[in-house]
Every structure is written in C-alpha cells, then in structure tokens.
Design a protein around this ligand. Structure first.
Ligand code: AMP
Length: 207
C-alpha cells in the first residue's frame, strides 16, 4: 500500500500516519522528522537547512527529493508519506519514482490549526509531543517519557504558524487538484476525535 497523507499544520496527520503505519505494517516516512533529525545530528544538509526550518519556510525541493528517494528505495512494499510531496514540483518528481495508491487529505480550518499548534510542546530529546490544554504532561513542561524539559518548537510559534499556513494554502493545496485528477484523493474531516478520523481513513482504504 503506497499512501500519502496531506493536511495543514495541526490537522493531526502525523498522528494518523502513525496509526496507519501500525495497522497496515508499513513505514511512516515524515520529511519533517527526517529534516529535523538532520539538523539535530548537524549533518551537511542539517547545517544548510537549520535557519530555513526555524523560519517555517520550505526547504529547497532538490534536498527533500534526494532525501526521500533514498528512503523509498528501502520501502518497496509500501509506505505512508507524511509531509511530502508539499508542492507540484515534488509531486511530479515523486510520480517519476513511484505511483501512489491513495492520498488522504485531512481537512481543518485555519482557526483550529492555530489553536492546536500554538499550544503544542515538544520534547527535544525523544520527540514526544504534548499540548498545554488537550494533552498535558503529568508535570508541567516536563516530558512524561524521558524527563527532559519541553519546548515550543520555533516553527510552532503563532506568527510562524500563520506563515506556514499561508505557504500551505498557496502551494500544497495545488496538490489536491493534482491527485483529484488522478482520482486517488480522499477527503477526511479532521475536526473530529482522533479515533473517528482514523475510522474514516480505514473505511476509505478498504474500498
Ligand atoms: P512538518 O513537520 O511536516 O511540518 O515539517 C517541518 C518543516 O520541515 C517545514 O516547515 C519545512 O521547513 C520542512 N519540510 C518538511 N517537508 C518538506 C517538504 N516536502 N518540502 C520542503 N520542506 C519541507
């Protein structure tokens, strides 16, 4: 099963991708995670993109495409892509590498997106994610899993989110037309409880 999940920041697409990955036993490939890992590990690519990530802008297509090409070579049985492709250029590049079976489009409003993201707190050590109102850690600002202090990612700050949403609407939404045209786009209401969103996804994947 070759899948892609798309949705604005805070749509819960990362959470759903993880659930899909577990249920169907396919790897979850997130370009955001791969890029953040490169920054953390201070690789050559990491050094080039650190500032871009902090500003909430898109990393150059060439870098992301090279990164994903290597990953896809390891996963010929199937995968769930999260965060890639993000624009038409990337979608066309992916089309040359492999064909997707379905694209899951998780839809939420901008207002909901800002509300969800600005309350997000992440663990810089193990990557766990919490929320100041909807998913509080047991002890304020401390990671439940590893005890590290939680932080607000630079790109989760309100001004940066608004910019990321603007980029999302300008570029990523063009993808919807691209995949609608290929008749593999499935639109899912993301403003429902996590379990219900997942139920809706499983339903369209079994069709
Ligand atoms: P995410 O965790 O998916 O929101 O990604 C975090 C950041 O990584 C984005 O704001 C971009 O700077 C970068 N990024 C992730 N995926 C891509 C992509 N496909 N193309 C360009 N930049 C990306």
């Amino acid at each position: 099963m070759k899948l892609m999940i798309v949705g604005p920041q805070g749509s819960g697409k990362g959470t759903q991708a993880k659930l899909i990955s577990e249920k169907y036993n396919i790897p979850h490939i997130s370009t955001g995670d791969l890029l953040r890992a490169a920054v953390k590990d201070e690789t050559e690519v990491g050094k080039q993109i650190k500032d871009i990530l902090g500003r909430g802008e898109l990393v150059p297509d060439e870098i992301v495409i090279n990164l994903i090409k290597d990953k896809l070579k390891e996963s010929d049985k199937g995968f769930i892509l999260d965060g890639f492709p993000r624009n038409l250029e990337q979608a066309k590049a992916l089309d040359k590498i492999t064909q997707l079976d379905k694209v899951i489009d998780v839809i939420i409003s901008d207002k909901e997106s800002v509300k969800r993201i600005s309350g997000r707190r992440s663990c810089p050590k193990c990557g766990s994610v919490f929320h100041i109102t909807t998913n509080q850690p047991k002890k304020e600002d401390v990671c439940d899993n590893c005890g590290e202090g939680l932080v607000q990612r630079d790109d989760d700050k309100e001004e940066v989110i608004k910019k990321r949403l603007q980029i999302y609407h300008e570029q990523t939404s063009l993808l919807e037309d691209f995949y609608r045209n290929e008749e593999i786009l499935e639109e899912i209401d993301g403003e429902q409880p996590i379990e219900k969103v997942f139920e809706d996804i499983v339903k369209v994947l079994s069709e």
